[in-house]
Design a protein around this ligand. Structure first.
Ligand SMILES: NC(=O)c1ccc[n+]([C@@H]2O[C@H](COP(=O)([O-])OP(=O)(O)OC[C@H]3O[C@@H](n4cnc5c(N)ncnc54)[C@H](OP(=O)(O)O)[C@@H]3O)[C@@H](O)[C@H]2O)c1
Length: 264
């Protein structure tokens, strides 16, 4: 009896037997998410634009005994997104349990300075590619019988942050898409949630801090946190993994902050 109870408990807190695609898994928050999901037992596929970085990460994870594969893909290109999903379909035999839409970019400027190209790069990477990749993943998520999508959003989609206007709009669009997708795909047993991190120590944040106005913007955000510091990638990946677990089966359509209290 005790044994049965334990195994049921273990199942609620395990991703064993599940498959996951994490976009942008080679560094920062995505890298931490890959490790967290794989440590919970999932088999993970990643993508990024730099093949050398992918190879380096795959070697590192193999040495740690984690089950991860990867392919080169620029998510802004429609053909490359289709090829990525074909790879995923073939590696995971047509079934995908978890899609983490993590990859994103940012260009920080005052509103008056953004070019049309800047706007289309940010919206194309952070919103349009995510929208289309989710569409491509739908048949695989449905086929798995237990699907979960996690969108990596940002507190910038919830509160105004200086020099972030386009990035903020892309994340706000993502937050609403999370809710519409959760509504339409619930019948297919697919949940959708967004995680909105505060400032987290990564390459993206470093490049923003080196840009004009970026340093003040990030320091201002850190000073508005209750904990008075930046977050670590592992402090975001834990929430992402939780949302993918069977233990989170009643949570869908939510935008949840991991922001040291910034939005409180
Ligand atoms: N760091 C923060 O403070 C913070 C705060 C709030 C939200 N977020 C969100 O968290 C997520 C991860 O950010 P991060 O800080 O970890 O960024 P990061 O360190 O720059 O890592 C981004 C990852 O995405 C990949 N990537 C970027 N553009 C891509 C494209 N077009 N196609 C395929 N892969 C692409 C990168 O690899 P390649 O360059 O090789 O393609 C890399 O693996 C993003 O959605 C970001 O908006 C971050």
């Amino acid at each position: 009896m005790a044994e049965t109870k334990l195994s049921m408990k273990d199942k609620r807190w395990s991703l064993h037997g599940m498959t996951a695609l994490v976009t942008g898994g080679t560094r920062g928050i995505g890298h931490a998410i890959v490790e967290e999901l794989a440590e919970f037992g999932a088999t993970v596929h990643i993508c990024a634009r730099n093949q050398d970085d992918i190879n380096k990460c795959l070697k590192e994870w193999k040495n740690k005994g984690l089950n991860v594969t990867g392919s080169e893909c620029d998510l802004q290109c429609s053909d490359q997104r289709k090829k990525l999903m074909e790879d995923v379909c073939s590696i995971f035999h047509g079934k995908l349990n978890i899609l983490v839409n993590n990859a994103a970019t940012n260009i920080t400027k005052e509103i008056v300075d953004y070019s049309a190209e800047d706007v289309s790069t940010i919206m194309g990477t952070n919103f349009e590619s995510v929208y289309h990749l989710s569409q491509l993943a739908h048949p695989l998520l449905k086929e798995s019988g237990y699907g979960s999508i996690v969108f990596i959003s940002s507190i910038a989609g919830l509160r105004a942050v200086p020099v972030f206007s386009v990035y903020a709009a892309s994340k706000r669009a993502m937050n609403q898409f999370t809710k519409n997708l959760a509504l339409e795909w619930a019948k297919d047993n697919i949940r959708a949630n967004a995680v909105a991190p505060g400032p987290v120590k990564t390459k993206l944040l470093e490049s923003i801090m080196n840009s004009s106005g970026g340093d003040d913007s990030i320091n201002g955000a850190v000073s508005r946190t209750l904990v008075g510091r930046m977050g670590e990638p592992k402090e975001i990946s834990s929430l992402v993994a939780f949302l993918c677990l069977p233990a989170a089966s009643y949570i869908t359509g939510q935008v949840i902050c991991a922001d040291g209290g910034f939005t409180s």
